[in-house]
Design a protein around this ligand. Sequence first.
Ligand SMILES: Nc1ncnc2c1ncn2[C@@H]1O[C@H](COP(=O)(O)OP(=O)(O)OP(=O)(O)O)[C@@H](O)[C@H]1O
Ligand SMILES: [Mg+2]
Length: 259
Amino acid sequence: MAAVEIENLVKSFGSLVAVSDVTFQVREGEIYGILGPNGAGKTTTIKCLMGLLDPDSGASKIYGISSLDDPIEVKRLVGYVPEEHHLYDSLTPRELFEFIASIRELPSERVNKRIKEMVKALDFERYFDSMIVTLSQGNKQKTMLISALLHAPTLLILDEPFAGLDVRTAKIMKDIIKIHVEGGGSVLLSTHIMEVAQGLCDRVGILDDGVMVGEGTIEDLRSQAHEEGATLEKIFLRLTEQEEEVQIGVDALREALSD
Ligand SMILES: Nc1ncnc2c1ncn2[C@@H]1O[C@H](COP(=O)(O)OP(=O)(O)OP(=O)(O)O)[C@@H](O)[C@H]1O
Ligand SMILES: [Mg+2]
């Protein structure tokens, strides 16, 4: 069974079609990356999958379960790190983790061990008792990540997980993702970082204006873009038809800077 199954998903906001007939699967044990320019529909797709937005049509399932039919089971299976932080500013990470553990009814011994290990791995000890409002962007991201992993979910859904992370933490984030799939889990992530997508993801889907313009392994994409041996960045710019725009921008910049 697929970890994620999205079929003919359509979601509009008024007259704007944010996601237009998108279909893809994340197989079990796979790291799948959704790529796409700003506004391409990545977050909207993820929110529909999580049951946070009602699609106009189409279906999305997690391990065969529709997020609209059984949101509680889906929340048990999934660890979700959204693009925007919705954290309780006046709590400390310790209080937040305790709160999440209590509402999820997680056994305290196991969850405390897990928190301790993750806080250590992420070099987060010194922020553990600081109010969330005072944390930097990267440390808020770490708080979100630990919160999402507390219940040992099978599927991780990470919307731009590398945004704002320093080099060490980005490396740890990649390791967390790899360890997660080695342990039998699956990962769906969105990212703008082509090196991450190329190095980490088994398959990627490229969204542009709500449409899936390319999908598969890097090799699949190379042949879809007729670009043998090309980097993902080049394929991405070709498939999203931005290659020429980038060149025009660079030429204009070169001229402006040489004056
Ligand atoms: N609540 C909303 N109301 C109206 N329009 C929306 C809403 N949410 C998203 N959109 C629009 O839908 C489109 C897709 O947005 P989405 O956030 O899914 O893009 P994205 O691929 O995640 O982009 P980014 O890389 O900037 O995060 C955009 O044009 C956006 O402005
Ligand atoms: Mg987004």
